[in-house]
Design a protein around this ligand. Sequence first.
Ligand code: ADP
Ligand code: MG
Length: 585
Amino acid sequence: MPIRILADEVASQIAAGEVIERPASVVKELLENALDAGASKIDIRIEQAGRRLIEISDDGAGIAYDEMPLALARHATSKLQTADDLFHIRSLGFRGEALASIGSVSRATLISQVREVNLGGRIRVEGGKILTSEHTGASVGTVVRVEDLFYNVPARLKFLKTDQTERNQINNLVTRYALAYSQVRFRLVQDGKLALQTNGNNDRREILTQLYGIEIARQMLEVTLEDADSKISGFISPVGLTRSNRREMTFFVNGRWVSDPALSSAMLQAYHTLLMVGRYPLAVLFIDLAPEEVDVNVHPAKAEVRFRSPDAVFSLVQRAVKRALLAYSPTPQISTTYWQTTPSTQTHLVDPAWEMAGDLQGQDLTQFYGPDSTAENDPQAQPALPSGELPLLRPIGQVGAAYLVAEGPDGLYLIDQHAAHERVLFERLMRQREKTIPAQHLLKPVTLQLPPAAALLLSGQLAILNSLGFQVEDFGPNTFRIRAIPAILIGADPEAAVRVVVEDFEEDEMPLQTEIEERIIARVCKRVAVKAGKTLSMDEQKALVRDLENCQSPRTCPHGRPTMIHLSVDLLERQFGRRGARNLS
Ligand code: ADP
Ligand code: MG
């Protein structure tokens, strides 16, 4: 093929591909424009995960009618004039590409009015071509309506993830910007449902609640560090509160959400040995530096920056994080009783009858296991062991309210009571699942409120959850009502059992149906299994050991960790230096 200059339309689409990858990219660019325009109020309306509609209205400065076509042109910006300006950027935008890109891959309408003129304008663009442009009455500010995103780039459409993932991306993005710009009022509505609303009162912890839920928001530690020309503020999680992925580490540099592995690792180093392997903190850090210190022009979507003195920035982050961790003196884990007294969870108090079963896990065990009927000292009286590979064990007692000690024909067993109970519950539910898992109605339904992202996730899994013996239903925005839980979990905290299903889930995780059921069951079992720290009666210990013996895979919990440590007679003898001694005596 001969060399040719690309047609404008093609060139625009290629360029747009760099900036606009998915619906959330459109939201990001439009949000940034609204913030740059000094908006104090931003309304976002999304339909069908942004495929159908993305509409953002702001009360910012607006665009003059005769500049509107220019706003839609490539490389047209009001934020920068010379290349040198790039190094003093205080605005979020500067490339003059966003509106042009969006206009070339959608049907877009721009409505705007500036304060000085009493007449606004409306301009429509489709696939990069301006269709109409007219005067219209409008309020001061700008509305950008983006319809049928990627209608003319079917290849892009194919690369989009599920609606749920795309919606989540938008929720995450808007919530983070709301957090960064806590003086601005944000409102996000997805398919007619309110997903986020902030009141612009600068209270970041309140917004954290919408992002992570009240429980986590309260635990987050505040970070502040300020020196001559830089400032760090934000929140980090205490060492006991972690995630299995790095995604919850958010960094804003000069008001811009950036991803920077070096910043993450600076943060991790500050936690140093405090975190378990493979666990990551939750963090939202706002780093403010002199504009000259940051090169913002290194990524088309402006998602990365370069620092003039990276080491200085990283050590600043470390100092800030370490200081916050040190200032924090660990308080006891927030207990269920604590939560029951807070107003927002009042609803989860259940009938006293239920509360009596309240010493639940203990009750649980005796209730299900019943007193041990078999004569423990007479192995012949025991039925033959089913498929489990455990020998018969004789419980001897409990150590540290966490481990059971049992004797077997071949030595000593230390059993982790939590992991063991987890395994037992898991196998029971899995077995019951082959028919129908019996449900137990709560005397009073429990209301559960979740942060938007978690609520979306739960909505998507209600059917599965309800097939597992739960009865959970939609009950208003981000709110659910729990009417029943699997009978086997009676006595467990219903709210916690449902909550665990959507917590700490990888954002893009979309396991197969069977797999997801299994994982949900495993998660729920982990949450409700008897905890370390709980003293078990002898009957309860026996019951737990019996049940473990009956498990198919008694030696690991459903998450793969060991339920027990075996100290063989042989090992004991070697440890005591008695090896061979038997023959002598
Ligand atoms: P950039 O933000 O990089 O300048 P954009 O394509 O996003 O490029 O926007 C082009 C121009 O349109 C901006 O420089 C700004 O002058 C104007 N503009 C876009 N959105 C808004 C808005 N919401 N309010 C006021 N002006 C806007
Ligand atoms: Mg812009």
